[in-house]
Design a protein around this ligand. Structure first.
Ligand code: TYC
Length: 103
């Protein structure tokens, strides 16, 4: 029997830095032409909001110019903003949803 220790005395441990993915806001932008009810229907359909939630968000954008609709991973935020904007464009409305990274 050999007494040679084949196991290294120290273990090299790779330190993997795990970072939370940056979240991105979806922002609803006001305009003068898109009907209020249509904005509410898009918010309900694309962002799974209730009538009450959607109405509050729509009114905030209407009164202040913009309103944060929600916060998502970059991919999800961009997909939802594009789909929601396209829903307006399909009806000839200038409805706009943008995204921006959260601080
Ligand atoms: N300002 C629009 C109107 O008076 C309604 C509206 C609200 C449109 C919010 C866009 O993001 C918006 N018909």
């Amino acid at each position: 029997m050999s007494n040679i220790d084949l196991k290294p005395k120290t273990k090299a441990k790779a330190k993997i830095k795990v970072e939370r993915p940056k979240l991105h806001k979806v922002i609803l932008v006001n305009d003068d032409y898109t009907p209020r009810e249509f904005v509410v229907s898009v918010l309900k359909g694309e962002f799974r909001m209730t009538e009450d939630q959607a109405t509050k968000v729509m009114l905030t954008a209407h009164q202040r110019g913009v309103c944060v609709v929600g916060v998502f991973t970059k991919d999800v935020a961009e997909t939802k903003a594009t789909r929601a904007t396209d829903a307006g464009r399909a009806k000839g409305y200038p409805l706009l949803f943008t995204t921006e990274p959260e601080e």
